[in-house]
Design a protein. Structure first.
Length: 176
């Protein structure tokens, strides 16, 4: 029984690791923090995997754990971070230098947002969750999600390099 649970958890981690680390990176702005944050959230998920795996949406449950663990980083001690505009990935064959530069500006802009606004913008527009889903993940009302998204996007639009960019026009998401 335990071996079966472990195998299912292992399969879950193997399938979701890249997406969880990407989300964590957008929340933290640092690859190493993102990996640590993802490992922390998954370690907590493993302890409760029997219950989580029976939930309607284990992905949403673990994503909420990821956001909570990120918030905990700031509650435990004040972390002074110096995020850079350098993007920690290489230029792909199908990706132009302009697109990579825009991504760098976007990551720098995200780093300037308060943690709550950053979480809303990442979950809403990068993870493409509905306002209701974001509210559920963050444990707040849809009105809070709407106002935080609006404020976050406004701040991103004011960021140098993003001011006249379509990158911050509402992202991949949209109203669902």
């Amino acid at each position: 029984m335990q071996a079966e649970q472990d195998e299912r958890f292992h399969d879950f981690v193997k399938a979701r690791w890249p997406q969880l680390v990407r989300t964590a990176f957008l929340l933290t702005g640092d690859v190493h923090h993102a990996e640590d944050l993802t490992q922390t959230a998954l370690a907590k998920a493993y302890r409760s995997w029997r219950r989580i795996s029976r939930a309607d949406n284990p992905d949403a449950y673990v994503r909420r754990m990821l956001v909570s663990c990120n918030s905990d980083r700031f509650r435990k001690r004040r972390v002074i971070e110096s995020l850079t505009a350098a993007v920690p990935e290489r230029l792909g064959r199908d990706e132009s230098a302009d697109r990579l530069e825009q991504r760098g500006f976007l990551l720098a802009g995200l780093a300037q947002l308060p943690p709550r606004q950053r979480a809303v913008v990442v979950l809403r527009y990068w993870e493409d969750l509905s306002e209701a889903e974001v509210a559920e993940v963050l444990g707040c009302s849809t009105g809070t999600v709407k106002s935080q998204a609006s404020k976050g996007l406004a701040k991103l639009r004011m960021h140098p390099g993003l001011a006249d960019s379509r990158t911050v026009s509402g992202g991949r998401g949209g109203s669902r």
